[in-house]
Design a protein around this ligand. Structure first.
Ligand code: AKG
Ligand code: FE2
Length: 249
């Protein structure tokens, strides 16, 4: 599982040591996720790794589809979904984070009275997605330029939903781009929506709830509805890697 290997992402080769996922402070991360519905992982990737991943955006042959957000009312800017086989670092990120998140996902589902439970390994969960007709890979690279933004949304692609996902900022705020903040909104029952802006730096990752999370109330847990998006990029170029664990119809 925890393999340290030399990987080739396109023509750029870099060492993505999956051990760093195992070494993350998982107790603290789970606590942040329980309390706030998101957890920040500072400096998950270094500058060179971010540059190598962002450069994949130009390699059209690595992707199954390209979405121009304005055409669909999703915002402005574009993204591309990777094809299978995923580039090794993307595949490794997806497979190595999943086992740490599955127990939390199961606990959240129990608290929210949702019937689905998640297997320990990502290949097993992917088999379930594929059996449900969700065959298409969802990891994606996003690219934003001046005036681009990403409307608040939920990345749901079928009945099979893994309740947590990861986004990694690949560009440096204040250097590569201005504006373009990662935003989360939370809708509690019978209350107005609450927004949170996450101060991500290049290489930082955020783990966050895809659509719902449990919140402790006086009479047990209740479900809170979440969305995420990106505020307007004021200048420059911003890239993100998104890792979603379920596949798409
Ligand atoms: O560009 C971002 O920071 C958000 C990307 C996103 O919507 C996702 O990873 O699902
Ligand atoms: Fe998203």
């Amino acid at each position: 599982m925890h393999i340290a290997a030399q990987h080739v992402a396109g023509h750029v080769s870099f060492d993505f040591n999956v051990q760093r996922v195992a070494r993350l402070p998982w107790t603290d991360i789970a606590q942040q996720l329980d309390q706030r519905g998101h957890a920040l992982l500072p400096a998950l990737l270094n500058r060179e790794e971010c540059a190598a991943l962002a450069a994949l955006y130009r390699r059209a042959e690595l992707f199954r589809s390209r979405v121009l957000m304005a055409r669909h009312g999703f915002g402005r800017g574009e993204y591309q979904y990777f094809s299978y086989p995923l580039p090794a670092p993307v595949q490794d990120l997806r497979a190595s984070f999943y086992p740490h998140l599955a127990p939390l996902a199961n606990r959240w589902h129990a608290l929210m009275n949702l019937p689905a439970r998640f297997p320990d390994s990502h290949p097993e969960f992917i088999r379930r997605c594929h059996a449900a007709g969700q065959l298409r890979p969802t990891p994606l690279l996003l690219e934003y330029r001046a005036d681009d933004y990403n409307c608040l949304h939920q990345d749901l692609y079928g009945e099979q939903v893994f309740p947590l996902q990861i986004a990694i900022l690949l560009s440096q705020p204040g250097e590569d781009f201005e504006g373009g903040e990662f935003v989360l909104s939370e809708q509690r029952p019978r209350m107005q929506s609450r927004a949170e802006v996450l101060p991500l730096q290049r290489g930082d990752a955020v783990i966050f709830a895809v659509s719902q999370r449990p919140v402790n109330g006086s009479r047990g847990s209740y479900r809170v509805n979440l969305r995420h998006g990106v505020s307007r990029v004021r200048s420059g170029l911003r890239h993100t890697l998104g890792v979603i664990f379920h596949d798409a119809l």
